[in-house]
Structures are given as C-alpha cells and as structure tokens.
Ligand binder design. Structure first.
Ligand SMILES: [Zn+2]
Length: 255
C-alpha cells in the first residue's frame, strides 16, 4: 500500500546517495521520525529546494510504501533554516546538542507531535535568547525531552526509601537518594540545595521565568542530566558534533 503524507518537518540527518541524490531523515510534526530518499537533490532543478541541509524546517510531501523503511520525498517547501544559528557559534553548538539528542534517541517511526514542537520551539528560542542563558535553555530542553520520552530522572524523593527528599543522584537508579540511604559520601553526585532548586524551577516554570543561577550550579545540573542520558538513553554526549558531525554540508563539486 502506498500512502502520501504531508507534514511540517525538520531535517535531522542527511547522507549523499548515488550520484545526485540524498537519503535524509526528518522529525515530522505528524508522523514522528521519517527516512526518505530525495532523488536528484543535488541537481540544479528539484522540487525540494535541495540539497537538504540539517536543521531546516519546512512542509514536506512523502510517498510511503508499507514495509519499506524509506519513503520517497516528492516535495519540500522551506519555512526556516533558523538563520541566526548559522551565524553564531555558541548558538550553533547548542543547536548541535539538541540535534544530537533527537537523532540518538528517536528511532525511525517514533517521535511525537510534542517532540517536534519542543525541538522547533527550542531552535527558535536559541536564535534570540541572550548567550548567557543558553546553558539554561539546554537544561530546560533536556528536562522536558526526558519527560516526554518517559525517562525523566526522579529528583525529589529518594528512589530507595521513597519517603525522604534525595540529595545525591545515582545514575544506575535514575534518581536521587537521601542521606539515610546513601552508603558513603562518595556515592552518587551530590545535589546541593541550589541545584535542586534549579531543577524544580526548570520543571515548573517557563524558561523565561527561570532565574539565573551561578555557573557551578548549572554545571552540576548538567552533569546529572549527562549521566542520566548516557545511562538511560545510551546517549553519549562527549563526541564532538559541533562542526564536522552536523555542520553545513558543502555543495558537491559538479563535473
Ligand atoms: Zn532514602
């Protein structure tokens, strides 16, 4: 069975394929992550405004065949390439962080409207947010994204006794443990009161209402989320994706 879908989508991966084509993945608004073949994407004339680059949002039309992993891209109308992200390295690096999380944790066929909207909103915010608030935006995105994926860390009550507030995060248990349950001072990552307060704000408030926090507090929250992502989503964040991995694609030489 063939079916045609039309949806808003953000390009999240692309590979050259044969002489003039590309295979590309999109996170779509209505159909999760979709893989497509874009025939002739490198040709002068194509109906995708191609070639397809990363982090470009647009309307796409795809013909999907049941039982086949790849759909056929038939049209794309670009809405935004988030231009500011391409002119400012700190914003671009932050966008790479978001992209990496999406690419690594959402398999083809999965993903929701909420994940598309969260991703798009974060990319748009990244274009305008003051640079010093970018680390907060990344924390806020990760907290929300993990919740959507059903992998949110438990950061309030101790995961062992479930009765007292926790003060140290243990990755293997996906949450915090309290002083009574902690077997040694070296067990887990200590979550100071300001770090717990920042997590509380990130969960409860809109990003613009989250108060600025000192660097060491942000760094500790970052460490907790990084450990959580690595342990629970196998999403290693220490690779350098900032330029080579997700950078702008060079146009192929012709001839
Ligand atoms: Zn406990």
């Amino acid at each position: 069975m063939k079916r045609r879908i039309q949806t808003r989508a953000i390009s999240i991966q692309r590979f050259p394929y044969s002489e003039s084509s590309q295979v590309s993945h999109f996170l779509t608004e209505d159909h999760g992550r979709v893989g497509v073949l874009a025939r002739g994407a490198y040709r002068e004339k194509n109906s995708y405004q191609g070639p397809i680059d990363l982090l470009v949002r647009g309307q796409i039309k795809v013909t999907v065949m049941d039982g086949r992993g790849l759909g056929l891209l038939t049209a794309r109308q670009v809405e935004s390439a988030y231009p500011v992200l391409r002119q400012c390295l700190p914003r671009f690096s932050a966008a790479s962080h978001l992209l990496r999380l999406i690419v690594k944790t959402i398999p083809v066929g999965e993903g929701s409207t909420e994940s598309f909207l969260l991703f798009d909103r974060a990319l748009q915010t990244l274009e305008t947010i003051p640079l010093e608030r970018i680390p907060l935006l990344l924390l806020s995105f990760d907290v929300r994204f993990l919740k959507q994926m059903g992998f949110a860390p438990e950061l309030r009550l101790c995961v062992r006794c479930t009765s007292r507030p926790g003060g140290a995060y243990v990755a293997a248990e996906g949450g915090v443990i309290c002083g009574n349950c902690r077997q040694s001072a070296g067990e887990g990552l200590t979550l100071t009161k300001p770090a717990r307060e920042l997590f509380r704000q990130l969960e409860a408030r809109k990003l613009q209402d989250v108060e600025a926090a000192p660097g060491f507090v942000i760094r500790r929250c970052r460490q907790v989320l990084d450990q959580h992502l690595v342990y629970h989503l196998d999403c290693s964040l220490d690779e350098d994706w900032s330029l080579g991995g997700v950078g702008m694609e060079r146009r192929r030489r012709r001839g």
